[in-house]
Design a binder for this molecule. Structure first.
Ligand code: COA
Length: 260
């Protein structure tokens, strides 16, 4: 597969995906969204990939939003379709079934923040800035920002960010739990790779079931989510990885998981 707006490399079970429009601060245009969709559909079933790292080209931006030049002709009907189209790409990422780590290397604004919110783990470089500036354009976040941001940082901070459009720094993002680490720009990808390698050292069935259970917590009341968690826990108990993990612990050795 060749892409014009993405760079993709796959090494040691980790796919690194770079949104590659640095002259437009990696703003998501239609081409880019459709390439992300095609790529993530492929990654979902790609047997060579167990973890994905998503980042932006250059040192200035992760993704500075949806491409504003493409917004100008939208009307009520096409605007709704536009939002649904972007949401479908980001849903695909959230429900990939494999961990996606956002390595946020600069501006994550509007659709860029929403893209990061659809990822499972977010880390940032010290220069990163986060915001939902859509109100400056007379619109609201349309790719999941009004739904995922409050679930991740709490309704108070999400409301403040969405109504003011004011960006926050990487340190503030760390403080409110939007990202789980802030590192120097030069260490960002190696930190993401180190998290990916830690995940890869675990039983991959348990990783996938953990993701499934956590995703469900976004959508179900606690009592229903607990039922799903118990069912998935039971499924884990029938796997070879479970036998290997518990046996290895008792034998005081490292487990050798097979993903079965
Ligand atoms: N859509 C389309 N183009 C964008 C863009 C976006 N979301 N964000 C940046 N760009 C383009 C700029 O138009 C400019 O293109 P040009 O060189 O052809 O004029 C280029 O990227 C560089 O951006 P510029 O504004 O010159 O950089 P800056 O350092 O002065 O400012 C930002 C950086 C991020 C503060 C500013 O670009 C910005 O506010 N972007 C829009 C953010 C936004 O509202 N996102 C939500 C959209 S729903």
């Amino acid at each position: 597969m060749t892409y014009t707006t993405l760079r993709v490399s796959i090494t040691a079970r980790i796919a690194t995906v770079t949104v590659n429009r640095p002259d437009k601060l990696n703003a998501l245009n239609t081409q880019c969204k459709s390439e992300l969709k095609e790529l993530f559909i492929n990654l979902r079933t790609n047997p060579d990939v167990d973890v994905v790292i998503l980042t932006g080209a250059g040192e200035k931006a992760f993704v500075a939003g949806t491409d504003i030049a493409e917004l100008t002709t939208l009307n009520a009907e096409s605007g709704k379709e536009f939002a649904e189209g972007g949401q479908s790409v980001f849903d695909l990422i959230q429900h990939l079934g494999k961990p996606v780590i956002a390595a946020i290397n600069g501006f994550a604004l509007g659709g860029g923040l929403e893209l990061a919110l659809a990822c499972h783990i977010r880390i940032a470089s010290e220069n990163a800035k986060f915001g939902q500036p859509e109100v400056n354009l007379g619109i609201i976040p349309g790719y999941g920002g009004t739904q995922r941001l409050p679930r991740i940082v709490g309704i108070g901070k999400a409301t403040e960010m969405t109504l003011t459009g004011n960006p926050i720094t990487a340190q503030e993002a760390l403080r409110i739990g939007l990202v789980c680490a802030v590192v120097p720009q030069g260490n960002l990808l190696s930190t993401a790779e180190s998290i990916a390698k830690t995940i890869l050292s675990k039983g991959q069935l348990a990783i996938r079931m953990s993701l499934k259970a956590i995703n469900i917590s976004m959508e179900m009341p606690l009592s229903e989510g607990l039922k799903v968690e118990a069912a998935l826990f039971g499924e884990c108990c029938s796997t070879e990885d479970f036998k290997e993990g518990t046996t290895a612990f008792l034998q005081k050795r490292k487990p050798e998981f097979k993903g079965r």
